[in-house]
Design a protein around this ligand. Structure first.
Ligand code: AMO
Length: 439
């Protein structure tokens, strides 16, 4: 056995080994998913990113030394197998490979901390501790193939609609969403924070004349709670548009959701099947519920919620039982929304803020923003914040700021609505929560 690659070149991925190749020689590479040694015949299942190929070795048809080498392979080792494709209706893809040579490129230690074949089920913490092994499971890697496609289609949609991708700083000097949710860091001789939202920067880009921007980047929230829907680092899909109202950007958002889901359905059929998901394309327009009606609906279900309160978890759950699919909540009280949200011109207690919900899960918040300097300063003060800490942000409003609106979608929560997963940790490669900072 040798362990260097030398001139070895993989000829096919597992899913490309199909009956059309009957009789041809292939060189396949991957992990030893399983070995079944039946004495006179050995079956090795070789797994790569896209699937599994069966290597079938009957002792009578192959060299003795090769047969013995196959018998000694350890599970999850990396192997390269050269052999001939043969039709076999019972094997995965309807083919098997009769080996002519084997190279063990990297031997896996035993026993494994986690079983990628999922014969032994593991708890989420054990899985996350050995995430590289967990991610080898087809049902786990499919979540990330779907996430990759989802983000790709979001980008395509926004680009097609004239949005420019921007990158704003993640090391910041002040809060945007609320002071208690910030992670402080040491920035040379000063205190700084990890960005909790690109909010102030994406708005500043409106004053810069960029008209329509988006950013897909991490946001950091020092939220203490340990729930199935919150993490301390997530990916936010943010957009901001000039000369648009909250209504306009809600239209953009629902179109983006539908296009992205349609695209995932079209391009991730195999992954959706692995996860046993029958993805429905939602219809637009999504329902719009007014906050006042939400209060009544929730109260009618016996869940107490006062006017002016944010939705409690119990309220979200009650709502989730009454509502199917995606829907907006509009008309939020100005009081509980951040300072940058514009108040309703006729009923200033209400605002031009909205949330996009999926059943009981909030996946996006957005609003038309306050673009008038004096009113914005007053709003900052009314939230108990000091306008001086927003000096640089505010300056952008003093020299020609167009009316604008935008939203932020939590990429993981959006992924949860597609995959039906109920623990957000499943949708992040290496999640960061209250207790977890490694791997
Ligand atoms: P908000 O704070 O509501 O709005 O965040 C927008 C969306 O980001 C996701 N999200 C989270 N997901 C998981 N864990 C968390 N801790 C977490 N925090 C946020 C949610 C949420 O709906 N600046 C505004 C957006 C805007 O108005 O443009 C903002 O950040 O899916």
């Amino acid at each position: 056995m040798i362990s260097s690659l030398g001139d070895l070149r993989r000829t096919h991925y597992s899913k490309e080994v199909n009956p059309d190749l009957n009789g041809e020689e292939v060189l396949i590479m991957g992990w030893t998913h399983e070995i079944r040694d039946l004495g006179g015949i050995i079956f090795v299942l070789l797994r790569d990113r896209d699937g599994i190929v069966q290597v079938t070795a009957p002792s009578k048809k192959i060299e003795k030394e090769l047969f013995e080498d196959l018998r000694k392979i350890k599970k999850e080792s990396i192997i390269a197998v050269r052999g001939n494709v043969q039709e076999s209706p019972k094997a995965p893809n309807g083919v098997e490979v009769l080996p002519t040579s084997l190279i063990v490129l990297n031997e896996s230690k035993q026993p494994l901390p986690l079983d990628p074949t999922e014969k032994v089920r593991a708890e989420i913490d054990t899985r996350l501790d050995s995430r590289f092994l967990d991610l080898r499971k087809p049902a786990v890697s499919s979540i990330f193939k779907i996430k990759s496609r989802m983000l790709h289609s979001v980008r395509v949609f926004l680009e097609e609609n004239g949005y420019l991708e921007v990158n704003t700083p993640k090391l910041v000097a002040s809060a945007t969403e609320g002071g208690t949710e910030l992670f402080p860091i040491t920035y040379f001789e000063r205190e700084a924070f990890l960005g909790q939202s690109p909010q102030l920067y994406k708005q500043t880009m409106m004053s810069a004349g960029f008209d329509k921007v988006y950013e897909i980047a991490p946001i950091f929230r020092a939220e203490e709670h340990d729930t199935l829907r919150h993490l301390n680092e997530v990916i936010s899909i943010d957009m901001e548009s000039s000369f648009m109202s909250h209504e306009d950007v809600m239209d953009v958002l629902e179109k983006m959701v539908v296009q992205s889901i349609s695209d995932v359905k079209k391009h991730c059929a195999a992954d959706l099947e692995v996860l046993d998901i029958d993805l429905e394309i939602p219809e637009i327009p999504f329902k719009r519920l007014d906050y006042d009606d939400v209060i009544d609906m929730v109260n009618a279900q016996g869940v107490p919620l006062e006017h002016g309160e944010d939705l409690s978890r119990a309220a979200e759950k009650a709502l989730g039982e009454m509502m199917e699919g995606y829907y907006f909540i509009t008309g939020w009280p100005t009081e509980i929304k951040p300072f940058y949200v514009m108040a309703d011109e006729e009923t200033p207690e209400k605002s031009y803020a909205f949330d996009l919900m999926y059943k009981d899960l909030e996946i996006s918040s957005g609003a038309m923003r306050e673009h008038r300097y004096d009113i914005l300063v007053e709003k900052i003060k009314s939230k108990g914040l000091n306008p001086e800490s927003f000096e640089r942000y505010l300056a952008a409003f003093d020299y020609g700021m167009p009316p604008h609106a935008g939203w932020g979608v939590g990429a993981e929560r959006f992924n949860m609505t597609i995959t039906g997963l109920n623990n957000i940790r499943e949708t992040v490669l290496f999640p960061r929560d209250r207790r977890r900072l490694t791997p």
